[in-house]
Design a protein around this ligand. Structure first.
Ligand SMILES: Cc1cc2nc3c(=O)[nH]c(=O)nc-3n(C[C@H](O)[C@H](O)[C@H](O)COP(=O)(O)O)c2cc1C
Length: 357
């Protein structure tokens, strides 16, 4: 895949689907507006009903969701872009109210501390997940593969396996949560098994050039942590290197940013870069200058931008011209409708038209 530049859209959950969790014309417009990204990576998208953990997040496991994503893919393509859909299962970061009363699943029965927010906005204590039985794990791998197939049916250019930010795959990777004693727990190699099997299945389904993987080696989002992130994530990069992926996406932010390595952790991205010979995308708190420096310094080939893209749909153009960057309104990150979503004006090009579908 040849790209016009190195500025990608980082995945951003915006919670704007209706109860059917189907991307709508509003989603198509939002992504079309951001189709000038080198790769337009979608918001996290559930692979199955058990993967749900938040209101208004889209899925990729029903026919109508596939059709919804097709509208998005068509709109991105009409604007000359490339769409990767991020495949997601939240694991323990869920609650029975999202799961028809079922208990969330994880690598081990280790609960999040504190509270979780329900659909109606009330805060309730987090629920302990149940550890997946050995024979259930291949079924979840199969759900990733089915969702990847659905992404291809929808006309997406690729999928990004979400193995970051303390969600299900990360709950297998890191030993702060994974206390299993079977083939999926213990050594770093064993904790990597689930990611390796998911990647293998999705690559078999889509072809390696259509698959990216996102890892966050040193953040503690969703109370995830590991005793040796250097060993684990360097091995992860080595393991993924064998798949000849479209890219490895590393979320490890610049010093001082919200996504900088957690206290006590030194950056792992440089050793992951060495271990993975393919295309590397870096993300976290970058701007035009620091992103440029990361590419020139050899840390990465692409830089993904999340928050900067929210209020600047034409971010690559603004960076190229050194134009002013609009700050986003955080109150509307997870709001409803067009407000703070599709109503940020591009600087100078015409609004994408969806008149021809
Ligand atoms: C509103 C919002 C939603 C996000 N949703 C996702 C998501 O769905 N999947 C994901 O992997 N990361 C998600 N992230 C993390 C971003 O992709 C990115 O890693 C983070 O914002 C740091 O990069 P930035 O400083 O360029 O924004 C989200 C971040 C924000 C602010």
């Amino acid at each position: 895949m040849s790209l016009p530049h190195r500025v990608a859209l980082a995945p951003l959950t915006r919670c704007r689907t209706a109860a059917d969790r189907v991307p709508s014309d509003l989603h198509a417009l939002y992504y079309a507006q951001r189709a000038s990204a080198a790769i337009t990576i979608s918001e996290a998208t559930q692979i199955s009903p058990m993967g749900i953990g938040y209101p208004g997040t889209p899925g990729l496991h029903t026919e109508s969701q596939v059709q919804g994503w097709k509208r998005v893919a068509d709109a991105v393509h009409a604007c000359g872009g490339r769409l990767f859909i991020q495949l997601w299962h939240v694991g323990r970061v869920s609650h029975p109210t999202w799961l028809d009363g079922e208990t969330p699943v994880s690598s081990s029965a280790v609960a999040l501390r504190g509270e979780t927010r329900l659909a109606n906005g009330t805060l309730v204590p987090a629920v302990a997940p149940r550890a997946l039985a050995l024979d259930e794990i291949p079924l979840i791998t199969r759900d990733y593969v089915t969702a990847a197939r659905n992404a291809m049916l929808a006309g997406a250019d690729g999928v990004e396996i979400h193995a970051a930010n303390g969600y299900l795959i990360d709950q297998f990777l890191r030993d702060g949560v994974n206390h299993r004693r079977d083939a999926y727990g213990g050594s770093a190699t064993n904790r990597l098994r689930f990611l390796r099997e998911v990647t293998e299945g999705v690559v078999d389904e889509c072809g390696s050039a259509r698959v990216g993987v996102r890892l966050s080696p040193t953040n503690r989002f969703n109370q995830i942590w590991d005793s040796n992130p250097h060993e684990l994530f360097t091995l992860a990069a080595q393991t993924l290197d064998a798949f000849d992926l479209a890219y490895l996406h590393i979320l490890e932010g610049v010093a001082g940013s919200m996504s900088a390595p957690a206290e006590g952790c030194t950056p792992v991205a440089p050793s992951m870069r060495k271990a993975f010979r393919g295309t590397v995308m870096i993300n976290g708190g970058y701007d035009a200058q620091t992103g440029d420096a990361a590419v020139r310094g050899g840390l990465a080939d692409l830089v993904a931008y999340g928050i900067p893209f929210i209020a600047n749909p034409d971010l690559p153009l603004r960076y190229r011209l050194g134009a002013p960057i609009t700050p986003p309104n955080q109150a509307t990150w997870y709001a409803q409708g067009a407000n703070g979503y599709t109503d940020y004006a591009p600087m100078m090009h015409a609004e994408p038209s969806l008149a021809n579908g």
